[in-house]
Design a protein around this ligand. Structure first.
Ligand SMILES: Cc1cc2nc3c(=O)[nH]c(=O)nc-3n(C[C@H](O)[C@H](O)[C@H](O)COP(=O)(O)OP(=O)(O)OC[C@H]3O[C@@H](n4cnc5c(N)ncnc54)[C@H](O)[C@@H]3O)c2cc1C
Ligand code: FES
Length: 261
């Protein structure tokens, strides 16, 4: 049974017009929280269902979530303030596979896929033995870049607006990197189109890749199949089956996911 905790908001910090970070006090009863995991968030004063949000920072005392206000639920979170209560269900899902044997790492985050990559960068940097290249993609104004710069070796920022190192899509940078460098593993999180393109680029260059899928969710605990993800399955007549992003994922190996043409 997944547990939910009512936590006090310590700070709500704006990172941009519609991007903000909520930091909560971490309950002592909450177990380990690993890179790639997420929580289902709800504020009792808001009339919305829970929204799945990844962790963007973990400390002994606190947990942070970095959110882009898009629809009703996430805009509601933006109106909360320090002292309010946040109902957090989790940690949910599996987590990124981290192996000290991987020395050359490419980490990609785009849009709402940027925040969870910061927690991953922290865990990889703590191992201290890998060269970590980061590629970040934004629509307009970049955020959280300094955090990655402090933790990793190279950070390249792409944005559609031209605010960054490269005007365009982050996958253009990925394509170039995979043609010129060899990586032991790639980690990507972002919109479905970015996930799919990176998975296919990695397949072509024979590079291991982990995909953090931010699918639309409902229950978030494996009960409804709203978040189904098509995966290869040699034992089924069709050659594929479905896994639940919320409970079997949200992290999958690129080699197991089927992308429909
Ligand atoms: C495992 C996981 C981790 C996530 N982590 C983060 C995070 O760290 N920060 C963050 O800002 N967001 C994150 N998201 C996405 C976030 O949950 C959605 O943006 C949110 O559910 C949409 O709620 P809303 O109230 O803004 O929009 P709604 O009013 O529900 O919908 C508004 C728009 O958002 C679209 N939308 C709905 N769900 C998603 C989704 N899952 N992904 C993309 N677009 C969606 C809808 O199609 C619609 O166009 C994550 C999602 C998942 C599944
Ligand atoms: S959201 Fe219900 S099974 Fe995943």
């Amino acid at each position: 049974m997944k547990q939910s905790f009512l936590c006090q908001i310590l700070e709500l910090k704006a990172l941009g017009e519609s991007v903000f970070t909520i930091t909560i006090k971490r309950p002592q009863a909450m177990g380990e929280v690993r890179p790639g995991q997420f929580f289902q968030l709800k504020a009792n004063q808001l009339p919305y269902l829970r929204r799945p949000i990844s962790i963007s920072e973990i400390t002994e005392q606190t947990l942070s979530f970095t959110i882009i206000a898009k629809g009703e639920g996430t805009k509601g979170f933006q109106r909360l303030k320090a002292g309010d209560q946040l109902d957090v269900l989790g940690p949910l899902g599996n987590s990124y596979h981290i192996d000290a044997a991987n020395r050359r790492i490419l980490l990609i985050g785009a849009g709402i896929g940027v925040p969870p990559q910061a927690v991953l960068a922290e865990a990889l940097a703590a191992q201290g033995n890998a060269h970590i290249t980061v590629q970040l993609g934004f629509k307009d104004v970049p955020y959280m870049v300094e955090r990655f710069t402090a933790l990793t070796d190279d950070v390249i920022v792409a944005s559609e607006s031209g605010k960054g190192d490269y005007r365009g899509y982050v996958v253009d940078l990925t394509q170039c990197a995979l043609q010129t460098e060899i990586y032991d593993i790639v980690y990507v999180c972002g919109p479905p189109i970015v996930i799919e393109k990176v998975a296919k680029l990695c397949e072509r260059s024979n590079t291991k890749v982990q995909l953090l899928m931010e699918e639309r969710m409902a229950c978030g605990i494996g009960a409804c199949m709203v978040c189904a993800c098509k995966v290869k399955d040699e034992n089924s007549a069709e050659g594929f089956w479905y896994k639940r992003v919320c409970s079997d994922g949200p992290v999958f190996w690129g080699s197991e996911v089927v992308f429909d043409e």
